[in-house]
Design a protein around this ligand. Structure first.
Ligand code: DOR
Ligand code: ZN
Length: 446
């Protein structure tokens, strides 16, 4: 049993922003309200003695429903040198994420029910963040034949995506959206036209010309967003656009929502915080797909967030080994490691300077992901699972390989200091991280 006192509770799911006390029992929220007295707590929890309760002072800190990340690459099975389900789900807990969705571009690809069940089983064994598998849309990511969508959904997949690759054949995408009406699960589209993207390694523009690197035009993304929102309109299927990074994509999604299309969209923190001007030939941690945007595109992403066109933030946590990222810029793999740095980076880069409110942050990273993908969480309502984080806006940390739980260190924040971190993470009332350290082997406090 847990009594958190004097904490600023931010829960947009019930319009709550203010100093409150929180009571948790048997892994669920009992009550959130102003300043409880000891006698009241004893009565509400049906106790003999207040000593049975773990009391935590939350003064100066925030309490949010646990963040939900709909876009994470955990690399297991098959690429455990980059990350595995245990290390990735520990990294999630350190980063404030109580639930994450694991992408299917593993080896083998998650395109069968048994593989989705394997991901869930490994996550249960790890006992950290809750992991929801995303299944491939097409067998082997070949873009030709749909997977057995109903069966894989029954095995635990909450969504379908060939993320890492765009589905090039429009008829396959159309069919997938038709089936999305049967499964009830959104299709997550990685919008990338391969013919337009070519062998580009960063956004095409002045910065790529200056560095002499082959560019990916913004249209490589936007033309596929246009195709997919039109297909979603025609079929009525549920569509989610991953890692939106261009102005035209935002405008197309805004238009589609205006037409009543069942579309949602995410933006990754790195696209909001860095631009193509930040890319250094010598630092492949800035190499990501879709590539870092122009300043103008970045501004459009922020506007999309503020007017509700963009529904959520997602890290696109993409761990790679040091050796792979040590290759020359053109040869290194795309991807940024994000689980343990993203909340602090967004706090520091967007919330502190007043670009988005703290309520908006929680809506984007907890409430909306939960609602769109039907994942439990996203609320501190009485009766809800106590998935929650205590966030300290003053906590500073230098990001180093030593302290990170992720196996990989491909982040532009390496060796840099960030401010604003979760200091406690609870999953279903179990404290899994305190003072930035994970409780391993079920040593968790209650
Ligand atoms: O940068 C990226 N990395 N973008 C993707 O679409 C895939 C991801 C990965 O799996 O490494
Ligand atoms: Zn991805």
């Amino acid at each position: 049993m847990l009594w958190i006192k004097n904490v600023t509770v931010i829960d947009p799911s019930q319009g709550m922003s203010g100093i409150n006390d929180v009571l948790v029992q048997s892994g669920r929220i009992v009550e959130v309200g102003p300043k409880f007295k000891t006698q009241e707590v004893i009565a509400k929890l049906g106790l003999m003695d207040i000593k049975e309760v773990n009391q935590i002072d939350g003064e100066g800190k925030y309490l949010f429903p646990g963040l939900i990340d709909v876009h994470v690459h955990l690399r297991e099975p098959g690429q455990e040198d980059k990350e595995d389900i245990a290390s990735g789900s520990r990294a999630a807990i350190r980063g404030g994420f109580t639930s994450i969705m694991a992408m299917a571009n593993t080896s083998p690809i998650i395109d069968q029910r048994a593989l989705a069940e394997f991901v869930k089983l490994q996550a249960q064994r790890a006992g950290m963040a809750k992991v929801y598998p995303v299944s491939a849309v097409t067998k082997g990511f070949k873009g030709q034949e749909l997977v057995e969508m109903m069966d894989i959904r029954d095995g635990g997949a909450v969504s379908f995506s060939d993320d890492g690759k765009g589905i090039q054949n429009p008829e396959i995408m159309r069919l997938a959206l038709e089936y999305a009406k049967l499964t009830g699960c959104p299709i997550i589209s990685h919008c990338e036209d391969e013919a337009l993207a070519g062998k580009g390694v960063m956004r095409r523009g002045q910065a790529s010309a200056r560095l002499g690197l082959p560019g990916i035009p913004a249209s490589a993304e936007s033309v596929m967003v246009a195709r997919d929102v039109i297909l979603a309109a025609e079929t009525g299927g549920k569509l989610h656009i991953a890692h939106v990074s261009t102005k035209e994509s935002v405008e197309l999604i805004r238009w589609a929502k205006g037409e009543g299309v069942d579309v949602s969209a995410e933006v990754n923190p790195h696209h909001l915080l860095f631009t193509d001007e930040d890319i250094k030939l010598t630092d492949t941690s800035y190499k990501v797909n879709p590539p870092l945007p122009s300043r103008e595109d970045q501004q459009a992403l922020l506007e999309g967030i503020l007017d509700g066109t963009i529904d959520m933030l997602a890290t696109d946590h993409a761990p790679h080994t040091w050796e792979e990222k040590a290759r020359p810029f053109q040869e290194a793999p795309f991807g940024i490691n994000g689980l343990e740095t993203s909340l602090a980076a967004v706090w520091q880069g967007l919330v502190k300077p007043g670009k988005i409110t703290i309520e908006k942050l929680v809506e984007l990273w907890s409430v909306n992901p939960s609602r769109r993908f039907g994942i439990p969480g996203g609320t501190l309502n009485p009766g809800a699972q106590a998935d929650m984080i205590m966030f300290d806006p003053l906590y500073k940390e230098v990001i180093t390989t030593d302290i990170m739980e992720s196996k990989a260190d491909n982040t532009p924040f390496l060796k840099k200091e960030l401010q604003g971190f979760p200091v406690i993470t609870w999953v279903e009332g179990r404290m899994l991280m305190k003072d930035r350290k994970i409780f391993k082997d079920n040593q968790s406090l209650i």
